[in-house]
Design a protein around this ligand. Structure first.
Ligand SMILES: *Cc1c(COP(=O)(O)O)cnc(C)c1O
Length: 335
């Protein structure tokens, strides 16, 4: 099974008019730090507040209208995307999540009319439940990342970015299961082979990074993070995203919770934007000086805005944030 540019072009036609064609806007502050123009792709402005609507719409479009329904496991945003796409098509949706998923995301999915199952303490547990529902109730299971239609849907972001700015030298992609990075890298490199695509993720529980280093999909321990949307494994039976990320990504950068905390403050105080921790890892990598010099404009994808508002207001107020067994020390912006 392979995916090519034609699949991404087809996805664009399928999702047009429901998923937004989002803006790519400069961040003057981050540009000044980096010495290059720095751009933000605002997937935060999607109707569900995250890019996952693209892949979900493309995958749900292929489910027969008389199917008994759809199911998935999710760290929150994929579930929201699947719930939104299923509701538009009149399909039942059952979203399986672990107890690590923030309450704001559970409520967001309920509000879209989907059923929510909380199963266990990890994405693997949630995945086992969605597989069981597929097997026992005949629901169509939609992987959050390891599905050709999902990857093609996320890849439409790469097409839009290079249409708006053909001069981009690099794209920094928040990385978890790798559906986003695989799709964006495939699209961007098909259009502009010289572009660099860098996967950015948190430094603990980074499953794709550990797997690419090991040369095969490996399991990592799932830990709480400000970038909760980046949690979870890539699946030991990974079919697509492992090989695509291995072959298409130019490099990987890992950021700390402290750096994510600082980047959320930067985006809020300098660009006046609200985003989840997973969205700002590209900014965090740039601020921490962890990226090589690029010869031209650099862009990152603000992947979602569905942050738990208690944690968010703690971060921007400079307070300590406690996430499960993790504590991120507070500090005021600019201090
Ligand atoms: C899912 C998600 C990611 C990572 O996407 P993958 O395709 O799993 O790599 C990044 N940011 C947000 C907000 C997400 O919901």
């Amino acid at each position: 099974m392979t995916i090519d540019l034609a699949d991404i072009l087809a996805a664009r036609a399928t999702i047009a008019g429901v998923a937004a064609r989002t803006p790519l806007v400069p961040s003057l502050h981050v540009g000044a730090i980096s010495g290059n123009e720095f751009l933000l792709k605002l997937e935060t402005t999607q109707p569900i507040g995250a890019f996952k609507l693209r892949g979900a719409l493309n995958a749900v479009a292929a489910v027969p209208a008389d199917a008994p329904g759809v199911t998935c496991c999710s760290t929150g945003n994929h579930g929201r995307g699947v719930a939104y796409a299923a509701r538009a098509k009149g399909l039942r949706a059952v979203i399986c999540m672990s107890s690590l998923v923030p309450q704001a995301k559970v409520e967001g999915i309920h509000a879209l009319g989907a059923e929510v199952r909380i199963a266990g303490r990890s994405q693997d547990d949630a995945h086992a439940e969605s597989r069981r529902l597929a097997r026992e109730e005949g629901l169509a299971e939609i992987s959050p990342f390891d599905d050709p239609l999902v990857i093609a849907g996320q890849g439409t972001i790469g097409l839009e970015m290079l249409e708006d700015r053909p001069d981009l030298a690099a794209i920094l992609v928040p990385l978890s299961g790798g559906g986003l990075a695989a799709g964006v890298a495939l699209a961007a490199k098909a259009v502009k082979p010289s572009i660099k695509v860098i996967g950015v993720t948190m430094d603990r529980g980074a499953a794709m990074y550990a797997s690419v280093r090991a040369g095969r999909p490996v399991e990592v321990e799932e830990v709480a993070s400000l970038a909760d949307s980046l949690g979870g494994g890539i699946g030991l039976e990974n079919r697509l995203t492992f090989a695509m990320c291995r072959d298409l990504l130019d490099d990987y950068v890992l950021v700390t919770e402290d750096e994510i905390y600082g980047a959320m403050q930067t985006l809020y105080f300098e660009d006046r934007m609200v985003a989840e921790g997973a969205s700002v890892v590209g900014i965090a990598a740039m601020q921490a000086g962890k990226l090589p010099a690029f010869k031209g404009p650099v862009a990152t994808i603000l992947t979602g805005r569905n942050v738990d508002m208690t944690s968010f207001t703690d971060v921007v107020a400079g307070r300590d944030v406690r996430l499960g067994d993790v504590e991120v020390k507070g500090r005021s912006y600019g201090a």
